[in-house]
Design a protein around this ligand. Structure first.
Ligand code: NAD
Length: 302
């Protein structure tokens, strides 16, 4: 049995199953989430509920946070850092901007704590099956200390660099995701217009130069790939609102770093338009339906 005790703050769609996998691996996990449903599911999965985030971390050796966005992360870290024992390691797995990630590392260090940024790829399916990829930023010693616990929740861990490097990798990766999902969806819409069957186009593109994750693992057209949310009317999945958040992060970082990302910028605009047209809660691969609507409206190149 592992001896380290764990606190998990934020037990939602991702944090809930991640904490449950730590319990399955034998860790003693105390958790906090203000949402009643999240707390109830966590208790069913063997997590000890705490009355507040600071209460959860007081006795922990390692703390994970998995929260919606940067303002939540900053607020929670400001609450939990003073409540943690010296030497405690805090890992933030949320997707947030690089500057906030560096700020929370500094906050932890100023209070004698160790920290890593550890955002994830793999979605809710990966969180449930324990097959996430973790992208780490921080001191080598802190990254090494957290890796055995990450092995209970994921299949791959990459040490990306110093504080904030994990978030940088996550943001760049998800910019590819936004662009590639639109590219695959556009190709299907054009193929339909040109009279190609979905099957014929998929058979070619999946074994040709168009091959990519958005096509062969998360295909936006139903019936071609067993793991696609498209097979279940695009629910549940990763909501378009979340990809909008990630794409906006990419554009904010691109502006700060003076990097030219014209396709990232256009993907952000398209996903913003798609989400605000009433599709924010649908899986992001449903953008294929939006492109069909634009085509029907005669907007061939919005
Ligand atoms: P979610 O909304 O399901 O979960 C977030 C949880 O945080 C909620 O249960 C909420 O009640 C809780 N919370 C809010 N304020 C809190 C507080 N003060 N203290 C404790 N808990 C609090 O979101 P999610 O899908 O689990 O995503 C979490 C993070 O993971 C986000 O940053 C997201 O971008 C990232 N992410 C999500 C996915 C995905 O597919 N869902 C994939 C990769 C990364």
């Amino acid at each position: 049995m592992p001896e380290q005790t764990v606190a998990f703050i934020g037990l939602g769609n991702m944090g809930g199953p991640m904490a449950a996998n730590l319990v399955k691996a034998g860790y003693s996990v105390t958790g906090f989430d203000p949402a009643e449903t999240a707390r109830a599911t966590a208790v069913e999965n063997g997590i000890t509920p705490a009355g507040s985030a600071p209460d959860a971390v007081g006795a922990a050796d390692i703390v994970f946070t998995m929260l919606p966005s940067a303002p939540y992360v900053m607020e929670v870290w400001q609450d939990i850092v003073p409540a943690a024992r010296p030497g405690t390691l805090i890992a933030d797995c949320s997707t947030i901007d690089v500057a906030t990630a560096r700020d929370i590392h500094a906050l932890a260090e100023a209070n004698g704590l160790r920290s890593v940024d550890a955002p994830v790829s793999g979605g809710v399916g990966g969180a449930k099956s324990g097959s996430l990829t973790f992208m780490l930023g921080g001191a080598e010693e802190a990254m090494a200390a957290v890796e055995p616990l990450l092995a209970a929740m994921g299949r791959k861990t990459v040490r990306c660099g110093t504080a904030g490097a994990g978030q940088a990798a996550k943001i760049c990766n998800n910019m590819i995701l936004g662009v590639s999902m639109i590219a695959v969806s556009e190709a299907f819409v054009l193929a339909e217009k040109l009279g190609l069957s979905h099957e014929a186009f998929f058979d070619i593109a999946s074994t040709s130069s168009g091959q990519c994750w958005s096509l062969t693992t998360y295909c936006p057209v139903p019936g071609l790939v067993p793991t696609s949310p498209a097979n279940n009317d695009y629910r549940p999945g990763a909501p378009a609102s979340m990809l909008v958040k990630d794409l906006r992060l990419s554009q904010a970082e691109a502006t700060r770093a003076n990097a030219a990302t014209p396709l990232g910028a256009h993907a952000t605009q398209l996903y913003e338009a798609f989400a605000s047209a009433g599709h924010a809660d649908e899986d992001f691969s449903a953008i294929v339906r939006y492109l069909r609507t634009l085509s029907a409206d005669g907007q061939s190149n919005p």
